[in-house]
Design a protein around this ligand. Structure first.
Ligand code: NAD
Length: 412
């Protein structure tokens, strides 16, 4: 079935039955080590994740790690950065985890991350952002933030539909718009196109609402710039409300109903659907972070807001993430491959470790996820940290990447 992969002898794969994953106790999980700091953080993350499973389930549930290749290692093994084997393995095994991949600048191929999201149709980028007590933060009350961001992953200005100034396509479009629609665009403009569809919006918001319901979250905020871009961002808001009304009418209420009918008290088993303009939202997450819970947004604003939120709780080094589709989920470190620290056993592995905890939740292994988060919290609170936190925390002990992982295991 695979050209050059060795399937583990033990363990079995996740099956999808009636749209739901059925997870075996001894599950095979493919992993991509990644480039740059990838090997360091992958080694540390697997150590912590294995230990959490052992501690929580005493051998009854465990992961059989299955190495698959992308990036530099794939180039060495297959002569190409994203071999078919890799895509096939993720599709077959349903859940995988990856380290960061380097995108060569001007090298002629698109980001491997973007390609993976597209070929696997991982339409939601999901990023939980919450404060791990003891982490350095630039804000006064970082503990107020506890949001889960659902960013649309497949369209918006990320569709790659754009042409440079003076190109045949740009000139043709400018001419066409002037002639047919009397729209004046300067001759020396580059042109980009921003498609946002009902289909992609609704499947994203549907996933966010389902998540909010199963995780007993209070609200979903649709973030958009609909006052300016009415038929893309504004439509995102309208379709978001529509999917709530049409498919979840008995479990969702509007903000007006919350205050008008329920006096501000959320009835049991319901979630509030609200919306905010993107510019205002950037203020809100700073000044009223605790009023937000699940957040759904289009691609570009989602990109900005997730990094801004992550910065409030300690930065990308500690922010987990996943790209999720209807059947397949790919968990990943949210930062890049930081090539200058490659092979130094130095960087913070928290992002990948917490992505692993997210993966545990996705598998239905919430106790093991809590075990990881609690042990990491105790480690950071005891000020045993890697260099990035060390320089911001007075009296802290500097640990290597692998030592930090060991300290987390010690705190379980
Ligand atoms: P980067 O995130 O790799 O690194 C920027 C800086 O952030 C580093 O120099 C380091 O100071 C810090 N940093 C990053 N991760 C850290 C960690 N775990 N612990 C402590 N400090 C950390 O961003 P970049 O330098 O812009 O990108 C490098 C490469 O990674 C590029 O090729 C880029 O395309 C790629 N990239 C990949 C992903 C991904 O795979 N998801 C995401 C972003 C960037």
């Amino acid at each position: 079935m695979f050209e050059r992969l060795t399937i583990p002898q033990k363990g079995s794969r996740i099956q999808i039955k009636a749209g739901e994953p059925v997870v075996p106790d001894h599950v095979i999980v493919p992993f991509i080590e990644g480039d740059g700091i990838g090997p360091d953080i992958t080694r540390s993350a697997q150590r912590v994740l294995n230990a959490a499973l052992e501690k929580t389930y005493h051998g009854k549930k465990k992961i059989e790690w299955f190495e698959i290749f992308a990036g530099g290692k794939a180039q060495a093994v297959y002569g190409e950065p994203l071999p078919k084997d890799t895509v096939r393995a993720i599709l077959e095994y349903k859940v995988a985890i990856k380290g960061p991949l380097t995108t060569p600048v001007g090298g002629g191929f698109r980001s491997l991350n973007v390609t993976l999201r597209q070929v696997l149709d991982l339409y939601a980028c999901v990023r939980p952002v919450r404060y791990i007590a003891g982490s350095p933060s630039p804000v006064k009350e970082p503990q107020k933030m506890d949001v889960v961001i659902f960013r649309e992953n497949t369209e918006d200005v990320y569709s790659g539909i754009e042409w440079p100034r003076g190109s045949r396509e740009a000139r043709a479009l400018i001419g066409y718009l002037a002639k047919e629609y009397k729209v004046a665009i300067r001759e020396d403009s580059g042109i980009g196109i921003k498609p946002i569809s009902e289909y992609a919006t609704k499947r994203l918001v549907r996933m966010a609402i389902r998540y909010a319901l199963t995780h007993r979250r209070r609200s979903i905020t649709l973030v958009h710039k609909g006052n300016i871009m009415k038929y893309t961002e504004g439509a995102f808001r309208d379709w978001g409300y529509e999917v709530a009304r049409e498919e979840f009418f008995d479990v969702t209420i509007s903000e007006e109903e919350l205050y008008g009918t329920y006096n501000g008290r959320l009835p049991e088993g319901k979630v509030v659907i609200k919306d905010r303009l993107a510019d205002s939202m950037f203020q809100q997450v700073l000044t009223r972070a605790d009023e937000y819970d699940v957040i759904a947004l289009p691609n570009l604003n989602g990109d900005y807001l997730s990094d801004a939120c992550a910065a409030q709780v300690g930065g990308l080094g500690i922010a987990p993430g996943a790209n999720i589709g209807d059947e397949v989920a790919l968990f990943e470190a949210t930062h890049g491959s930081a090539p200058k620290y490659a092979g130094q056993d130095k960087v913070n592995p928290s992002s990948l470790i917490l992505s692993g905890a997210m993966m545990f939740e996705h598998l239905g292994w919430a106790e093991a996820a809590n075990c990881v988060i609690e042990a990491m919290t105790r480690t950071i609170q005891s000020k045993q940290v890697t260099y990035d936190f060390h320089r911001q925390l007075e009296g802290a002990t500097l640990l290597k990447c692998s030592e930090f992982a060991q300290a987390i295991v010690h705190h379980m």
